[in-house]
Unconditional design. Structure first.
Length: 170
């Protein structure tokens, strides 16, 4: 190579090459990080949604958040102690069992309702026909027959027990 560089020219050329290629490197790294973060976000969404439809997941998430907010408001407004949602569900089911004499078949359905509440956080009459797991087992009509036409009242009572604790718990 016959090109002669002065020291100043060497420094200037090196700086120029560094600045140009550093910009390209930053751009490539930013693109790679964006793609990486997007893919990780997709995996997290799939994990959180557990294969459920986005709208269904969003509704459930809002219901969970609303229940948590109610818990906190009650805790601070009433001065009651805080219960986990699982403790609240188990307590409500226990109160319901204590208030009624259920058959073995009804008790089996109460266990399924408890499991459903632990997974979904809200049980409604409509859910019995809309949720594929419950609809596959006959939905509201079949389950209501098992409860001698009292299923709607039982669900309302269960939901009332979830938050009716006399102010002793939040």
């Amino acid at each position: 190579m016959d090109i002669k560089f002065s020291f100043d020219k060497l420094v200037e050329s090196t700086r120029s090459i560094h600045n140009a290629t550093a910009g390209w490197a930053k751009s490539a790294v930013n693109q790679s990080l964006t793609v990486r973060n997007w893919i990780i976000g997709c995996y997290i969404v799939e994990y959180e949604q557990n294969g459920n439809d986005r709208a269904e997941y969003g509704v459930r998430l809002l219901e969970d958040i609303a229940a948590d907010i109610i818990n906190l408001i009650r805790r601070y407004a009433i001065g009651s102690h805080l219960l986990s949602y699982e403790e609240r569900i188990k307590g409500a089911v226990a109160r319901l069992k204590k208030a009624h004499s259920f058959s073995a078949q009804e008790l089996s359905w109460l266990k399924r309702m408890e499991k459903y509440l632990l997974e979904e956080s809200v049980l409604t009459v409509q859910a019995l026909d809309e949720d594929s797991r419950l609809r596959a087992q006959g939905g509201f009509a079949r389950i209501d027959k098992i409860f001698a036409g009292q299923l709607e009242k039982i669900i309302a009572e269960l939901n009332e027990y979830l938050y009716d604790d006399g102010g002793s718990a939040a």
